[in-house]
Ligand binder design. Structure first.
Ligand code: SAM
Length: 251
């Protein structure tokens, strides 16, 4: 049978496409893409012409069967999404699961993933993080998903679109508390890449002031519940306090 390659593509800067990704796209027989017009432009930019199959969330079950037939016929397939790593808030889960279950080789071609890229530059703890993806579009649903996260000690990572960023950050402030540390990565790897950081209240104020603040794509990161800002400082402060108390007791 053929191999299914899961190929990451850039999240805004074409130079981030790896040579191996390019070689893989040039080598395969079929490219399964979320949006064939969008990905067609990427392929033509690379000078590659391929048969394409559209695979999005609504038709994934049907299309996965067709792609398994390609693999069965011995043809290699590359799965790509509009940006970044497939399956990460993007289609491909059903296809990858079924291809594995059917015994075909599934091989990742790594590259950008907005959540990892954002965490790598945020300066928030990364030893544990919880990727939440997109919050629900409606306020009630959004708050309901945020509530159980209020006590989560891991760094929280969300994706958000420009038209909902303000409402979402406002709800995050209300449910998680506006004093928590937040880092917001906007248009990462693109011309107007910006990182906003501070308390949630400060980041919200900055977003509201910046005329470009609500344009582009966002990764929203929030420090986890137990880990207070500057844990080490807190420990040092404790030692200072203990010392002061002890010194005061001395004759
Ligand atoms: N599969 C992609 C990945 O690997 O990150 C994510 C696809 S998801 C449909 C799109 C969301 O990813 C955007 O709404 C935004 O939250 C985030 N995103 C993608 N590119 C980004 C960028 N250059 N800067 C900030 N966020 C980005």
């Amino acid at each position: 049978g053929g191999t299914l390659y899961v190929v990451a593509t850039p999240i805004g800067n074409l130079d981030d496409l790896s040579p191996r990704a390019t070689r893989t796209l040039a080598h395969v027989d079929v490219v399964a893409a979320e949006d064939t017009r969008h990905s067609g432009r990427l392929l033509s930019h690379l000078g590659i012409q391929k048969r394409m199959i559209a695979l999005h969330d609504h038709n994934e079950k049907d299309r996965a069967a067709g792609i398994l037939a390609e693999l069965k016929a011995g043809r290699d397939v590359a799965l790509i999404s509009d940006a970044g790593t497939p399956l990460i808030s993007d289609p491909g889960y059903v296809l990858v699961r079924d291809a594995r279950a059917a015994g075909y080789r599934v091989s990742p071609i790594p590259g950008p993933c907005a959540l990892v890229v954002a965490l790598s530059a945020a300066g928030l703890p990364t030893d544990r993080f919880l990727y939440v993806g997109f919050l629900p579009a409606k306020r009630s649903g959004r708050r309901a998903s945020l509530e159980p996260l209020a006590s989560e000690p891991a760094t929280l990572v969300f994706y958000e679109s420009p038209h909902r960023i303000l409402e979402s950050v406002r709800d995050i402030a209300e449910v998680l508390g506006e004093d928590r540390e937040m880092v917001l990565g906007r248009e990462i790897t693109k011309t107007f890449e910006t990182f906003y950081s501070g308390s949630i209240a400060e980041v919200l104020a900055e977003l509201e002031q910046d005329p470009h603040g609500t344009r582009g794509e966002f990764v929203v990161m929030v420090r986890g519940a137990m880990a207070q800002p500057g844990n080490d400082d807190a420990a040092t402060m404790d030692v200072d306090r203990v010392l002061r108390v002890l010194l005061a007791e001395l004759p």
